[in-house]
Write a protein that binds this ligand. Structure first.
Ligand code: UDP
Ligand code: MG
Length: 151
């Protein structure tokens, strides 16, 4: 487990439309993660099909792509200790009804097909997703808070 671990977190079109961008970013900032890439993008269906390639063939796939292409998303990379697994815990379960109160999905949404956020499910997926959404690379900088967040 590394303090340099990175995860790809995305606020989906419903999260943007519902003005939850600030709240979601704040949760990652307050937990102690470092923002190393961020942009607002209206992704193409083709790009989203690459992002969700593993789910191709699932019955919900066409609806998922349509939903994800329906408006801009906020694409982000967050860095810090156990970013992938802890990032997923912060998001909650895929089904918001099974997400604990206190998680992002458990606090802000109800339906699986409108679950407002995405987080990488493994370090390998994170690397792939970061390359797909940020081919230009992420930003390297030192956070002055690091010595107060990590031993
Ligand atoms: N999804 C859905 N119906 C399902 C399963 C998934 O609409 O039965 C959507 C949901 O928005 C989910 C996304 O497809 O976030 C990707 O599915 P995955 O299993 O990767 O869940 P996640 O990793 O986002 O929790
Ligand atoms: Mg997934």
């Amino acid at each position: 487990m590394s303090v340099h671990e990175r995860t790809y977190i995305m606020i989906k079109p419903d999260g943007v439309q519902r003005s939850l961008v600030g709240k979601i970013i704040t949760r990652f900032e307050e937990r102690g993660y470092k923002l190393v890439a961020l942009k607002l993008v209206h992704a193409t269906q083709e790009h989203l099909e690459k992002h969700y390639a593993d789910l191709k063939g699932k019955p919900f796939f066409p609806g998922l792509i349509k939903y994800m292409a329906s408006g801009p998303v906020v694409a982000m990379v967050w860095q810090g200790l156990d970013a992938v697994k802890t990032g997923r815990v912060m998001l909650g379960a895929t089904n918001p009804l099974q997400s604990p109160v206190g998680s992002i999905r458990g606090d802000f949404c109800l339906a699986m097909g409108r679950n407002i956020c995405h987080g990488s499910d493994s370090v390998e997926s994170a690397e792939k997703e970061i390359k797909l959404w940020f081919p230009e690379g992420v930003v390297q900088y030192t956070s002055t808070m690091e010595t107060w967040i990590f031993e």
